[in-house]
Design a protein. Sequence first.
Length: 82
Amino acid sequence: MWDDGHESYYPLEQLRRACPCASCSGEPDLFGRMSMGPKPRYTAASFELASVTPVGNYALQPNWADGHNYGIWTYERLRELG
């Protein structure tokens, strides 16, 4: 629940497929072009949440059952999705 009383619900598959880490979403190279790694391969465990780790006072880091734990979701970005 947010400070204003709003509640947000996030489908786990949607969160994982939108992972903001450089491996999943890419990152700009020196010239501003988006550089992508190999396309993620998902399994059933890819959409199971093992735990969530707080990152300071500004974000959450999902730890997925398949071992992926690189994406950091800011509260601002989560609120935009919800």
